[in-house]
Design a protein around this ligand. Structure first.
Ligand code: HEC
Ligand code: HEC
Length: 320
C-alpha cells in the first residue's frame, strides 16, 4: 500500500510538473499581443462617446448617413451603397479583414499611390473616392472628425508607429501561373453566388432608393468599388477573399484553396465596374507602382495582362 501510494505521489508530482511546463509552453506559443475587442459603449457618457459612436455608425451604415440615396443631397459623399464595413469587417475590428485597430498611429505615412506622405484623413478619403466611388469628406467636418475619433478609439493603447499582427490581410503565396477567370467563374458559382448573386449585384436589404444598403454587397456592376480601388488589385483582392470569404470563415482557417482565391478574384475583377478618371496619374513614381496595379503605364515591359492576372514572380524578379 505504502509503495503504491508512494508511486501515486511521484506520479502526481511528475504530472504537476508536466502540466506546469505544458502551460508555460502554451503561453509562450500564444500570440504576443491579444487581439483587442474595443467597445465604445464602455466610454463614459459625453460628447466624445457620442462622436466615437457616430464614427462607428459611419463605418457600419455608410449608405444610410452619407450614401448616394440619403435625402439631403449635400450629404451624398459615397457614390455607391456599400458600407466601409463591407470590406473592413465588423466595423473595422476583425483581424485579417483590413482592421482599423491600431491604424491611428500608423499615419501619417508614405504612400506610393500619390508618392507623398499622407495623413489618416487623406487615407480615409482615398477609400471614399475609390472603394466608395464617391468624393472626399471635408477635413475638419463632423463626419471626418467622427471617423478619426472612432479609429483613434479603436487604436487605444497601441503605440504610435507599430502595427498589430493581423493588420491588413495575411499574405497569400503567389501562383506560378496567371490567375484564371474561367476557373474563377466555377469557384464563384459554387461558393459565392448564393449571397452575392450570380450577376454579382448582391442583395439589397430593401429596395433601390431606400438608402438601406445591402445584406450582401455587390462585387461588380454600377453600385460598387471603382477600378482605382485597392480591392481591384488582384493581390489585395485574392488575399482578402482567401482570408475572409465565404463570409464567416476565420482569417487563419480559410475555406478556399490558394488557387481558388486567386481565380475567383480574377473572375470578379474581370467584370464591369465604375471607372475612375486619370488613373495614369496614380503612382507618379513608377518604380513604386505595385506589380498588380491593373492599369498602365509601367516601368517594365511586361504586358498589361500580366499585371492584371500574373504570374507576378517574373515581374518582381525583374525589379531586383
Ligand atoms: C471595397 C472594399 C473597401 C471599402 C468599401 C472600404 N475600404 Fe478602406 N481599404 C480597402 C483596402 C483593400 C485597403 C488597403 C489598401 C492597400 O492595399 O493599401 C483599405 C485601407 C483603408 C485604410 C488604411 C488601413 C491601413 O491598415 O493602413 C483606412 C483608414 C480605410 N481603408 C478606411 C476606409 C473607410 C473610412 C471606408 C468607408 C468610407 C473604407 N475604407 C471603405 C478596401 C475598402
Ligand atoms: C454567406 C454569404 C456570403 C458568401 C457565401 C460570400 N460572401 Fe462575400 N460578403 C458577404 C458579406 C455579408 C459581405 C460584407 C460584410 C458586411 O457588410 O458586414 C461580403 C463582402 C465581400 C467582399 C468585399 C465587399 C465588396 O462589395 O466587394 C468581397 C470582395 C467578397 N465578399 C467576395 C466574396 C467571394 C469571392 C465569395 C466566394 C468565395 C464570397 N464573397 C462569399 C457575404 C458572403
Amino acid at each position: 500500500m505504502i509503495l503504491a501510494s508512494g508511486r501515486t505521489a511521484v506520479f502526481a508530482f511528475c504530472t504537476a510538473i508536466f502540466l506546469a511546463l505544458n502551460a508555460f509552453a502554451q503561453q509562450s506559443a500564444a500570440p504576443a499581443v491579444q487581439w483587442p475587442e474595443p467597445d465604445p459603449e464602455t466610454l463614459p457618457a459625453g460628447a466624445l462617446k457620442d462622436t466615437v459612436l457616430y464614427g462607428q455608425r459611419l463605418i457600419a451604415e455608410t449608405y444610410a448617413l452619407v450614401g448616394p440615396e440619403v435625402a439631403e443631397k449635400r450629404m451624398r459623399y459615397s457614390g455607391n451603397n456599400l458600407s466601409c464595413q463591407s470590406c473592413h469587417l465588423k466595423a473595422g475590428t476583425q483581424r485579417f479583414a483590413l482592421p482599423l485597430i491600431g491604424v491611428y498611429g500608423a499615419f501619417p505615412t508614405y504612400m506610393g499611390r500619390e508618392d507623398e506622405v499622407r495623413t489618416l484623413e487623406e487615407r480615409i478619403n482615398g477609400c471614399f473616392e475609390r472603394s466608395m466611388n464617391g468624393r472626399a469628406l471635408p477635413v475638419g467636418g463632423k463626419e471626418m472628425k467622427a471617423l478619426m475619433a472612432y479609429i483613434q478609439f479603436l487604436s487605444t493603447g497601441i503605440p504610435v508607429g507599430t502595427s498589430l499582427p493581423g493588420r491588413g490581410t495575411p499574405a497569400l503565396a503567389l501562383l506560378n501561373r496567371a490567375a484564371d477567370p474561367r476557373r474563377g467563374a466555377a469557384v464563384y458559382k459554387e461558393n459565392c453566388a448564393v449571397c452575392h448573386q450570380a450577376n454579382g449585384r448582391g442583395q439589397r436589404k430593401g429596395t433601390a432608393g431606400d438608402a438601406q444598403g445591402y445584406m450582401f454587397p455587390p462585387l461588380w456592376g454600377p453600385d460598387t468599388f471603382n477600378d482605382g480601388a485597392g480591392m481591384h488589385r488582384l493581390i489585395s483582392s485574392a488575399a482578402f477573399i482567401h482570408a475572409n470569404m465565404p463570409f464567416g470563415v476565420a482569417g487563419d482557417k480559410p475555406k478556399l484553396s490558394n488557387e481558388e482565391a486567386w481565380d475567383v478574384a480574377a473572375y470578379i475583377n474581370s467584370q464591369p465596374r465604375p471607372k475612375r478618371a486619370n488613373l495614369d496619374r496614380d503612382y507618379p513614381n513608377r518604380s513604386r507602382k505595385p506589380v498588380d496595379a491593373p492599369f498602365p503605364p509601367f516601368v517594365d515591359n511586361f504586358p498589361l495582362e500580366q499585371h492584371r492576372l500574373g504570374p507576378y514572380r517574373p515581374i518582381l524578379d525583374s525589379q531586383k
